[in-house]
Design a protein around this ligand. Sequence first.
Ligand code: F6P
Ligand code: MG
Length: 513
Amino acid sequence: MVFQSPFPPYDPTDKSGFSYETVAKRWPVILTSIVDQLHRENHDLYLRPPIDDSDDSDSAHWEEESLRVEAKITEGKAIIEKVGKLKYEMARDHVMEPIPMDGEPHVDFYNSELENLAKASKDTWFKAPWLYAECYLYRLLRSYFVQTTHWKDYDPFHAQKLDVFAKSGASIYGIAKIMHELESEKGALESNPSKLKVFFQEMIQMCLWGNATDLSLLTHMSLVDIEKLQSVGKEMQAARKEFIMRDDQEKAWEYLTTVKNGRVDFVLDNAGFELFTDLVLADFLVTYTPYVSTVVFHPKLIPWFVSDVTPPDFNETIACLLRPTSLFTTSSSSLLPSPEQQQHLRKLAERLKQYVSEGVFAMSVPGGTGLGGGLTTTAPTTAITTTTTMVMTTTATTTHSLAEFWTAPVPYWDIETYDRELWEFLRGSDLVVFKGDLNYRKLTGDIKWPSWTSFEEALGPLAGSFPLLSLRTNKADVAVGLDKEVLMQIEEKDANWRVNGRFALISFLGKRG
Ligand code: F6P
Ligand code: MG
Protein backbone atom coordinates (compact mmCIF):
# COMPACT_ATOMS: atom_id res chain seq x y z
CA MET A 1 0.00 0.00 0.00
CA VAL A 2 1.60 3.28 -1.06
CA PHE A 3 1.14 6.65 0.60
CA GLN A 4 -1.86 8.70 -0.55
CA SER A 5 -1.12 12.39 -0.35
CA PRO A 6 -3.78 14.74 0.98
CA PHE A 7 -3.26 17.27 -1.85
CA PRO A 8 -3.00 16.95 -5.63
CA PRO A 9 0.32 17.07 -7.49
CA TYR A 10 1.49 20.11 -9.43
CA ASP A 11 0.62 19.85 -13.10
CA PRO A 12 0.59 22.19 -16.08
CA THR A 13 -3.20 22.56 -16.14
CA ASP A 14 -2.54 25.57 -13.93
CA LYS A 15 -1.09 27.98 -16.46
CA SER A 16 0.28 30.28 -13.80
CA GLY A 17 2.44 27.52 -12.30
CA PHE A 18 6.08 26.79 -13.12
CA SER A 19 5.20 23.39 -14.53
CA TYR A 20 3.23 25.01 -17.35
CA GLU A 21 6.17 27.21 -18.23
CA THR A 22 8.46 24.20 -18.16
CA VAL A 23 6.36 22.08 -20.49
CA ALA A 24 5.55 24.97 -22.81
CA LYS A 25 8.95 26.63 -22.98
CA ARG A 26 11.79 24.84 -21.25
CA TRP A 27 11.41 21.25 -22.43
CA PRO A 28 11.26 22.27 -26.09
CA VAL A 29 14.56 24.10 -25.61
CA ILE A 30 16.10 21.01 -24.01
CA LEU A 31 14.87 18.81 -26.86
CA THR A 32 16.24 21.24 -29.41
CA SER A 33 19.60 21.15 -27.67
CA ILE A 34 19.66 17.36 -28.04
CA VAL A 35 18.88 17.63 -31.74
CA ASP A 36 21.65 20.22 -32.19
CA GLN A 37 24.10 18.06 -30.29
CA LEU A 38 23.31 15.01 -32.41
CA HIS A 39 23.63 17.02 -35.60
CA ARG A 40 27.08 18.12 -34.44
CA GLU A 41 28.07 14.54 -33.65
CA ASN A 42 26.85 13.27 -37.02
CA HIS A 43 28.60 16.11 -38.79
CA ASP A 44 31.87 15.19 -37.05
CA LEU A 45 31.37 11.59 -38.08
CA TYR A 46 31.00 12.65 -41.73
CA LEU A 47 34.19 14.65 -41.52
CA ARG A 48 36.22 11.97 -39.80
CA PRO A 49 39.51 11.58 -41.74
CA PRO A 50 39.74 8.28 -43.64
CA ILE A 51 42.12 5.71 -42.20
CA ASP A 52 45.22 4.91 -44.24
CA ASP A 53 44.48 1.76 -46.32
CA SER A 54 47.93 1.02 -47.59
CA ASP A 55 47.86 -2.75 -47.06
CA ASP A 56 45.14 -5.39 -47.34
CA SER A 57 44.37 -5.89 -43.70
CA ASP A 58 44.14 -2.13 -43.17
CA SER A 59 41.83 -1.82 -46.10
CA ALA A 60 39.50 -4.46 -44.62
CA HIS A 61 39.61 -2.55 -41.37
CA TRP A 62 38.90 0.70 -43.18
CA GLU A 63 35.84 -0.80 -44.85
CA GLU A 64 34.57 -2.13 -41.56
CA GLU A 65 35.12 1.22 -39.90
CA SER A 66 33.32 3.15 -42.66
CA LEU A 67 30.36 0.79 -42.43
CA ARG A 68 30.28 1.30 -38.69
CA VAL A 69 30.39 5.08 -39.06
CA GLU A 70 27.69 4.98 -41.70
CA ALA A 71 25.46 2.85 -39.49
CA LYS A 72 26.06 5.19 -36.58
CA ILE A 73 25.13 8.23 -38.66
CA THR A 74 21.94 6.51 -39.80
CA GLU A 75 21.02 5.69 -36.23
CA GLY A 76 21.86 9.23 -35.19
CA LYS A 77 19.47 10.56 -37.83
CA ALA A 78 16.73 8.24 -36.57
CA ILE A 79 17.16 9.54 -33.01
CA ILE A 80 17.01 13.13 -34.30
CA GLU A 81 13.74 12.28 -36.01
CA LYS A 82 12.29 10.75 -32.87
CA VAL A 83 13.25 13.74 -30.74
CA GLY A 84 11.75 16.08 -33.35
CA LYS A 85 8.52 14.10 -33.36
CA LEU A 86 8.43 14.14 -29.59
CA LYS A 87 8.80 17.91 -29.55
CA TYR A 88 5.97 18.25 -32.08
CA GLU A 89 3.68 15.99 -30.07
CA MET A 90 4.52 17.62 -26.78
CA ALA A 91 3.61 21.07 -28.06
CA ARG A 92 0.26 19.72 -29.26
CA ASP A 93 -0.52 17.99 -25.96
CA HIS A 94 -0.56 14.50 -27.50
CA VAL A 95 -0.98 11.31 -25.53
CA MET A 96 2.28 10.08 -24.03
CA GLU A 97 3.22 6.76 -25.65
CA PRO A 98 4.27 3.74 -23.58
CA ILE A 99 8.02 3.40 -23.08
CA PRO A 100 9.27 0.58 -25.36
CA MET A 101 10.67 -2.58 -23.77
CA ASP A 102 14.29 -1.55 -24.14
CA GLY A 103 15.86 -3.87 -21.58
CA GLU A 104 16.49 -1.16 -19.00
CA PRO A 105 14.69 -0.76 -15.65
CA HIS A 106 11.26 0.61 -14.90
CA VAL A 107 9.50 0.18 -18.24
CA ASP A 108 6.53 -1.53 -16.57
CA PHE A 109 6.60 0.94 -13.75
CA TYR A 110 6.31 3.91 -16.12
CA ASN A 111 3.78 2.25 -18.38
CA SER A 112 1.42 1.05 -15.69
CA GLU A 113 1.36 4.56 -14.23
CA LEU A 114 0.63 5.81 -17.74
CA GLU A 115 -2.35 3.46 -17.90
CA ASN A 116 -3.66 4.85 -14.62
CA LEU A 117 -3.29 8.36 -15.94
CA ALA A 118 -5.12 7.36 -19.13
CA LYS A 119 -8.09 6.22 -17.05
CA ALA A 120 -8.23 9.70 -15.54
CA SER A 121 -7.65 11.33 -18.98
CA LYS A 122 -4.38 12.75 -17.71
CA ASP A 123 -1.95 10.93 -19.98
CA THR A 124 -1.01 13.92 -22.13
CA TRP A 125 1.91 16.33 -21.81
CA PHE A 126 -0.09 19.27 -20.49
CA LYS A 127 -2.28 17.23 -18.16
CA ALA A 128 -0.03 14.65 -16.52
CA PRO A 129 1.46 15.40 -13.09
CA TRP A 130 4.63 17.39 -13.68
CA LEU A 131 6.90 15.12 -11.64
CA TYR A 132 5.74 12.00 -13.49
CA ALA A 133 5.90 13.63 -16.93
CA GLU A 134 9.38 15.02 -16.38
CA CYS A 135 10.78 11.66 -15.23
CA TYR A 136 8.98 9.97 -18.13
CA LEU A 137 10.58 12.43 -20.55
CA TYR A 138 14.13 11.55 -19.54
CA ARG A 139 13.36 7.83 -19.42
CA LEU A 140 11.77 7.98 -22.88
CA LEU A 141 14.79 9.83 -24.25
CA ARG A 142 17.02 7.15 -22.80
CA SER A 143 15.03 4.50 -24.66
CA TYR A 144 15.80 6.21 -28.00
CA PHE A 145 19.53 5.76 -27.38
CA VAL A 146 19.51 2.39 -25.72
CA GLN A 147 17.64 0.76 -28.59
CA THR A 148 20.48 1.52 -30.98
CA THR A 149 23.76 -0.29 -31.50
CA HIS A 150 26.09 2.70 -31.59
CA TRP A 151 24.54 5.24 -29.23
CA LYS A 152 23.81 3.09 -26.17
CA ASP A 153 26.51 4.71 -24.08
CA TYR A 154 25.90 8.20 -25.34
CA ASP A 155 24.91 10.97 -22.96
CA PRO A 156 23.37 13.80 -25.00
CA PHE A 157 23.98 16.26 -22.15
CA HIS A 158 27.59 15.36 -21.50
CA ALA A 159 29.08 18.17 -23.60
CA GLN A 160 26.91 20.78 -21.85
CA LYS A 161 27.81 19.44 -18.43
CA LEU A 162 31.49 19.60 -19.23
CA ASP A 163 31.17 23.07 -20.72
CA VAL A 164 29.65 24.57 -17.56
CA PHE A 165 32.16 22.73 -15.41
CA ALA A 166 34.94 24.25 -17.50
CA LYS A 167 33.54 27.70 -16.73
CA SER A 168 33.62 27.08 -12.99
CA GLY A 169 37.40 27.46 -12.68
CA ALA A 170 37.38 30.69 -10.64
CA SER A 171 35.19 29.21 -7.91
CA ILE A 172 36.96 25.89 -7.95
CA TYR A 173 40.32 27.52 -7.34
CA GLY A 174 38.66 29.70 -4.68
CA ILE A 175 37.34 26.67 -2.83
CA ALA A 176 40.66 24.84 -3.17
CA LYS A 177 42.30 27.83 -1.46
CA ILE A 178 39.81 27.67 1.41
CA MET A 179 40.58 23.96 1.82
CA HIS A 180 44.29 24.74 1.77
CA GLU A 181 43.88 27.34 4.52
CA LEU A 182 41.88 24.86 6.53
CA GLU A 183 44.89 22.56 6.66
CA SER A 184 46.81 25.03 8.76
CA GLU A 185 43.85 25.14 11.18
CA LYS A 186 43.69 21.39 11.61
CA GLY A 187 45.26 21.30 15.08
CA ALA A 188 43.13 24.17 16.35
CA LEU A 189 39.99 22.56 14.95
CA GLU A 190 40.64 19.29 16.73
CA SER A 191 40.77 20.99 20.09
CA ASN A 192 37.96 23.43 19.43
CA PRO A 193 34.73 21.96 18.07
CA SER A 194 32.98 25.32 18.12
CA LYS A 195 35.39 26.46 15.41
CA LEU A 196 34.57 23.29 13.54
CA LYS A 197 30.94 24.28 13.55
CA VAL A 198 31.75 27.60 11.85
CA PHE A 199 33.51 25.75 9.04
CA PHE A 200 30.73 23.20 8.84
CA GLN A 201 28.27 26.00 8.18
CA GLU A 202 30.50 27.49 5.52
CA MET A 203 30.79 24.11 3.83
CA ILE A 204 27.07 23.46 3.99
CA GLN A 205 26.32 26.78 2.40
CA MET A 206 28.90 26.27 -0.32
CA CYS A 207 27.31 22.92 -1.08
CA LEU A 208 23.82 24.41 -0.97
CA TRP A 209 24.55 27.23 -3.40
CA GLY A 210 26.46 24.82 -5.59
CA ASN A 211 22.97 23.68 -6.53
CA ALA A 212 22.18 27.10 -8.01
CA THR A 213 24.40 26.46 -11.03
CA ASP A 214 22.01 24.13 -12.74
CA LEU A 215 22.19 23.65 -16.47
CA SER A 216 18.46 23.51 -17.01
CA LEU A 217 18.28 27.12 -15.74
CA LEU A 218 21.58 28.33 -17.10
CA THR A 219 20.94 28.40 -20.78
CA HIS A 220 21.33 32.18 -21.10
CA MET A 221 23.97 32.86 -18.49
CA SER A 222 27.34 34.34 -19.21
CA LEU A 223 30.58 33.20 -17.63
CA VAL A 224 30.46 36.25 -15.34
CA ASP A 225 26.93 35.34 -14.21
CA ILE A 226 28.04 31.82 -13.46
CA GLU A 227 31.01 32.99 -11.43
CA LYS A 228 28.76 35.33 -9.46
CA LEU A 229 26.37 32.51 -8.65
CA GLN A 230 29.16 30.23 -7.54
CA SER A 231 31.12 32.74 -5.51
CA VAL A 232 32.01 31.39 -2.11
CA GLY A 233 33.61 34.27 -0.20
CA LYS A 234 32.49 34.88 3.37
CA GLU A 235 30.78 38.19 2.48
CA MET A 236 28.83 36.60 -0.30
CA GLN A 237 27.73 33.81 1.99
CA ALA A 238 26.62 36.29 4.64
CA ALA A 239 24.67 38.24 2.01
CA ARG A 240 22.98 35.07 0.88
CA LYS A 241 21.99 33.96 4.36
CA GLU A 242 18.81 36.01 4.22
CA PHE A 243 17.78 34.00 1.17
CA ILE A 244 17.76 30.79 3.14
CA MET A 245 14.10 30.62 4.05
CA ARG A 246 14.41 27.67 6.36
CA ASP A 247 17.68 26.96 8.01
CA ASP A 248 18.24 23.74 9.95
CA GLN A 249 22.03 23.94 9.94
CA GLU A 250 22.11 24.22 13.70
CA LYS A 251 19.96 21.10 14.16
CA ALA A 252 21.99 19.15 11.62
CA TRP A 253 25.23 20.11 13.34
CA GLU A 254 23.94 19.21 16.79
CA TYR A 255 22.93 15.81 15.50
CA LEU A 256 26.21 15.24 13.66
CA THR A 257 28.28 15.82 16.78
CA THR A 258 26.61 12.76 18.32
CA VAL A 259 27.96 10.51 15.53
CA LYS A 260 31.35 8.83 15.70
CA ASN A 261 33.15 7.54 12.60
CA GLY A 262 29.85 7.37 10.80
CA ARG A 263 28.75 6.99 7.19
CA VAL A 264 27.22 9.85 5.22
CA ASP A 265 25.34 9.28 1.96
CA PHE A 266 24.89 11.90 -0.73
CA VAL A 267 21.92 11.41 -3.05
CA LEU A 268 23.58 13.45 -5.76
CA ASP A 269 22.12 16.06 -8.02
CA ASN A 270 24.16 17.86 -10.65
CA ALA A 271 27.53 17.04 -12.16
CA GLY A 272 30.45 19.44 -12.49
CA PHE A 273 30.59 22.29 -10.03
CA GLU A 274 27.81 21.03 -7.76
CA LEU A 275 29.42 17.60 -7.53
CA PHE A 276 32.70 19.32 -6.73
CA THR A 277 31.04 21.09 -3.78
CA ASP A 278 29.60 17.75 -2.61
CA LEU A 279 33.05 16.20 -2.72
CA VAL A 280 34.47 19.13 -0.79
CA LEU A 281 31.81 18.89 1.93
CA ALA A 282 32.48 15.15 2.13
CA ASP A 283 36.23 15.83 2.30
CA PHE A 284 35.68 18.30 5.13
CA LEU A 285 33.59 15.83 7.12
CA VAL A 286 36.06 12.99 6.73
CA THR A 287 39.32 14.93 7.02
CA TYR A 288 38.47 17.39 9.76
CA THR A 289 35.72 15.94 11.93
CA PRO A 290 35.71 12.82 14.08
CA TYR A 291 32.07 12.24 13.13
CA VAL A 292 32.39 10.79 9.64
CA SER A 293 34.75 8.24 8.17
CA THR A 294 33.06 7.04 4.97
CA VAL A 295 30.90 8.63 2.31
CA VAL A 296 28.68 6.97 -0.29
CA PHE A 297 27.65 8.91 -3.40
CA HIS A 298 24.46 7.93 -5.21
CA PRO A 299 24.50 8.81 -8.94
CA LYS A 300 21.78 8.30 -11.59
CA LEU A 301 22.22 5.47 -14.07
CA ILE A 302 20.90 7.36 -17.09
CA PRO A 303 21.17 10.93 -18.39
CA TRP A 304 18.75 12.68 -16.09
CA PHE A 305 17.25 16.16 -15.86
CA VAL A 306 20.07 17.43 -18.10
CA SER A 307 22.76 17.93 -15.50
CA ASP A 308 22.58 15.08 -12.99
CA VAL A 309 25.63 13.01 -12.12
CA THR A 310 26.00 9.63 -13.82
CA PRO A 311 28.77 7.17 -12.82
CA PRO A 312 30.96 8.22 -15.78
CA ASP A 313 30.48 11.89 -14.75
CA PHE A 314 31.65 11.07 -11.25
CA ASN A 315 34.87 9.50 -12.49
CA GLU A 316 35.43 12.25 -15.02
CA THR A 317 35.06 14.99 -12.40
CA ILE A 318 37.87 13.58 -10.31
CA ALA A 319 39.99 13.10 -13.43
CA CYS A 320 39.37 16.72 -14.51
CA LEU A 321 40.31 18.05 -11.10
CA LEU A 322 43.60 16.20 -11.39
CA ARG A 323 44.44 17.93 -14.68
CA PRO A 324 42.63 21.25 -14.31
CA THR A 325 44.67 23.45 -16.62
CA SER A 326 43.37 21.60 -19.64
CA LEU A 327 39.77 22.31 -18.64
CA PHE A 328 39.09 25.37 -16.55
CA THR A 329 38.75 28.88 -17.87
CA THR A 330 37.91 32.05 -15.95
CA SER A 331 36.31 35.30 -17.07
CA SER A 332 39.09 37.56 -15.80
CA SER A 333 41.42 36.58 -18.61
CA SER A 334 42.85 33.59 -20.29
CA LEU A 335 45.69 33.67 -17.77
CA LEU A 336 46.71 30.32 -16.41
CA PRO A 337 46.12 29.80 -12.71
CA SER A 338 49.13 30.69 -10.58
CA PRO A 339 51.43 27.88 -9.43
CA GLU A 340 50.02 28.40 -5.96
CA GLN A 341 46.43 27.97 -7.13
CA GLN A 342 47.43 24.91 -9.05
CA GLN A 343 49.12 23.46 -6.02
CA HIS A 344 46.04 24.02 -3.81
CA LEU A 345 43.79 22.27 -6.26
CA ARG A 346 46.25 19.47 -6.90
CA LYS A 347 46.49 18.71 -3.19
CA LEU A 348 42.71 18.65 -2.83
CA ALA A 349 42.18 16.57 -5.96
CA GLU A 350 44.82 14.08 -4.91
CA ARG A 351 43.18 13.66 -1.53
CA LEU A 352 39.82 13.07 -3.22
CA LYS A 353 41.39 10.52 -5.53
CA GLN A 354 43.04 8.79 -2.62
CA TYR A 355 39.73 8.63 -0.73
CA VAL A 356 38.15 7.04 -3.78
CA SER A 357 40.90 4.49 -4.21
CA GLU A 358 40.85 3.60 -0.51
CA GLY A 359 37.07 3.23 -0.48
CA VAL A 360 36.63 6.11 1.99
CA PHE A 361 34.56 7.64 -0.78
CA ALA A 362 32.56 5.26 -2.97
CA MET A 363 29.70 5.37 -5.37
CA SER A 364 26.66 3.24 -4.63
CA VAL A 365 27.55 1.29 -7.79
CA PRO A 366 30.91 -0.12 -8.87
CA GLY A 367 33.29 2.55 -10.12
CA GLY A 368 33.30 1.06 -13.61
CA THR A 369 29.56 1.35 -14.08
CA GLY A 370 28.53 2.81 -17.42
CA LEU A 371 25.23 4.36 -18.49
CA GLY A 372 22.35 1.99 -17.91
CA GLY A 373 24.20 0.14 -15.16
CA GLY A 374 26.43 -2.16 -17.22
CA LEU A 375 30.10 -2.35 -16.45
CA THR A 376 32.75 -0.78 -18.62
CA THR A 377 36.07 -2.55 -18.74
CA THR A 378 38.39 0.37 -18.16
CA ALA A 379 37.21 2.17 -15.03
CA PRO A 380 37.79 1.14 -11.41
CA THR A 381 35.47 -1.37 -9.77
CA THR A 382 35.10 -0.62 -6.09
CA ALA A 383 31.73 -1.91 -4.93
CA ILE A 384 29.71 -0.98 -1.88
CA THR A 385 28.86 -3.82 0.43
CA THR A 386 25.97 -3.92 2.82
CA THR A 387 26.12 -5.94 5.99
CA THR A 388 24.27 -8.78 4.31
CA THR A 389 24.90 -8.72 0.59
CA MET A 390 27.23 -7.48 -2.05
CA VAL A 391 24.80 -5.19 -3.73
CA MET A 392 26.30 -5.35 -7.15
CA THR A 393 29.10 -7.70 -8.04
CA THR A 394 31.87 -6.70 -10.36
CA THR A 395 31.00 -9.34 -12.92
CA ALA A 396 27.23 -9.20 -13.23
CA THR A 397 25.83 -6.49 -15.42
CA THR A 398 22.15 -6.81 -14.74
CA THR A 399 21.86 -7.42 -11.00
CA HIS A 400 19.77 -5.15 -8.91
CA SER A 401 21.54 -1.88 -8.45
CA LEU A 402 21.26 0.54 -5.58
CA ALA A 403 21.05 3.30 -8.15
CA GLU A 404 17.97 2.15 -10.07
CA PHE A 405 15.33 3.65 -7.85
CA TRP A 406 16.48 7.25 -8.35
CA THR A 407 15.20 7.25 -11.92
CA ALA A 408 11.78 5.79 -11.14
CA PRO A 409 8.86 8.20 -11.53
CA VAL A 410 7.72 8.12 -7.91
CA PRO A 411 8.09 10.18 -4.75
CA TYR A 412 10.49 9.01 -2.05
CA TRP A 413 7.65 8.46 0.44
CA ASP A 414 7.58 4.79 -0.45
CA ILE A 415 11.23 3.81 -0.93
CA GLU A 416 10.65 0.98 1.52
CA THR A 417 7.78 -0.43 -0.54
CA TYR A 418 9.42 -0.03 -3.92
CA ASP A 419 13.03 -0.80 -3.13
CA ARG A 420 13.53 -2.51 0.20
CA GLU A 421 17.21 -3.11 -0.44
CA LEU A 422 17.92 0.57 -1.01
CA TRP A 423 15.80 1.52 1.99
CA GLU A 424 17.72 -0.86 4.22
CA PHE A 425 21.00 0.42 2.86
CA LEU A 426 20.01 4.01 3.64
CA ARG A 427 18.86 2.92 7.10
CA GLY A 428 22.48 2.01 7.73
CA SER A 429 23.59 5.57 7.08
CA ASP A 430 24.25 8.14 9.78
CA LEU A 431 23.10 10.96 7.54
CA VAL A 432 21.57 11.00 4.07
CA VAL A 433 22.07 14.30 2.26
CA PHE A 434 19.59 14.90 -0.57
CA LYS A 435 20.94 17.44 -2.98
CA GLY A 436 18.98 19.82 -5.14
CA ASP A 437 15.56 20.65 -6.36
CA LEU A 438 14.37 17.45 -7.97
CA ASN A 439 15.30 15.41 -4.90
CA TYR A 440 13.31 17.89 -2.84
CA ARG A 441 10.33 17.53 -5.15
CA LYS A 442 10.54 13.76 -4.81
CA LEU A 443 10.95 13.95 -1.03
CA THR A 444 7.78 16.01 -0.74
CA GLY A 445 5.96 14.30 -3.62
CA ASP A 446 5.77 17.55 -5.65
CA ILE A 447 2.28 18.08 -4.37
CA LYS A 448 0.46 21.23 -3.41
CA TRP A 449 1.24 21.21 0.29
CA PRO A 450 0.44 24.46 2.03
CA SER A 451 3.93 25.85 2.59
CA TRP A 452 3.51 25.85 6.38
CA THR A 453 3.07 22.05 6.37
CA SER A 454 5.86 20.55 8.46
CA PHE A 455 8.78 18.98 6.60
CA GLU A 456 8.11 15.82 8.59
CA GLU A 457 4.52 15.56 7.40
CA ALA A 458 5.51 16.22 3.80
CA LEU A 459 8.01 13.34 3.92
CA GLY A 460 5.14 10.91 4.56
CA PRO A 461 6.21 7.42 5.63
CA LEU A 462 9.86 8.19 4.86
CA ALA A 463 10.03 10.57 7.83
CA GLY A 464 12.25 9.21 10.58
CA SER A 465 13.61 6.28 8.53
CA PHE A 466 17.12 7.73 8.68
CA PRO A 467 18.64 11.11 9.52
CA LEU A 468 17.99 13.25 6.49
CA LEU A 469 19.32 16.61 5.31
CA SER A 470 17.98 18.31 2.20
CA LEU A 471 19.98 21.14 0.58
CA ARG A 472 17.93 22.77 -2.11
CA THR A 473 17.78 26.03 -4.02
CA ASN A 474 14.19 26.68 -5.05
CA LYS A 475 13.47 25.87 -8.70
CA ALA A 476 9.95 24.48 -8.51
CA ASP A 477 6.69 25.42 -6.81
CA VAL A 478 6.67 23.03 -3.87
CA ALA A 479 8.01 24.34 -0.55
CA VAL A 480 7.22 23.22 2.98
CA GLY A 481 8.29 23.78 6.55
CA LEU A 482 7.98 27.54 6.38
CA ASP A 483 6.81 30.04 8.93
CA LYS A 484 3.68 31.88 7.91
CA GLU A 485 5.43 35.14 8.72
CA VAL A 486 8.48 34.29 6.62
CA LEU A 487 6.11 33.42 3.81
CA MET A 488 4.36 36.77 3.90
CA GLN A 489 7.64 38.67 3.92
CA ILE A 490 9.06 36.69 1.07
CA GLU A 491 5.95 37.04 -1.09
CA GLU A 492 6.36 40.78 -0.80
CA LYS A 493 10.06 40.71 -1.48
CA ASP A 494 10.05 38.49 -4.55
CA ALA A 495 6.95 36.92 -6.04
CA ASN A 496 9.12 34.39 -7.89
CA TRP A 497 10.82 33.01 -4.78
CA ARG A 498 9.60 29.48 -5.45
CA VAL A 499 11.27 29.07 -8.80
CA ASN A 500 13.98 31.59 -9.59
CA GLY A 501 16.85 29.78 -7.83
CA ARG A 502 17.69 32.78 -5.59
CA PHE A 503 16.15 31.29 -2.47
CA ALA A 504 16.97 28.11 -0.63
CA LEU A 505 15.89 25.65 2.02
CA ILE A 506 18.03 23.66 4.43
CA SER A 507 15.77 21.01 5.96
CA PHE A 508 16.83 18.42 8.51
CA LEU A 509 14.92 15.58 10.15
CA GLY A 510 16.38 12.99 12.52
CA LYS A 511 15.76 9.25 12.72
CA ARG A 512 12.89 8.01 14.84
CA GLY A 513 13.31 5.61 17.71
O1 F6P B 1 12.14 22.08 -14.81
C1 F6P B 1 12.93 22.68 -13.90
C2 F6P B 1 13.74 21.66 -13.32
O2 F6P B 1 14.19 20.81 -14.32
C3 F6P B 1 12.96 20.93 -12.28
O3 F6P B 1 12.18 20.01 -12.84
C4 F6P B 1 13.94 20.33 -11.43
O4 F6P B 1 13.38 20.14 -10.22
C5 F6P B 1 15.03 21.31 -11.56
O5 F6P B 1 14.86 22.07 -12.67
C6 F6P B 1 16.34 20.68 -11.64
O6 F6P B 1 17.01 21.17 -10.60
P1 F6P B 1 18.00 20.33 -9.75
O7 F6P B 1 19.12 20.04 -10.64
O8 F6P B 1 18.35 21.25 -8.61
O9 F6P B 1 17.29 19.10 -9.26
MG1 MG C 1 19.62 18.15 -11.40
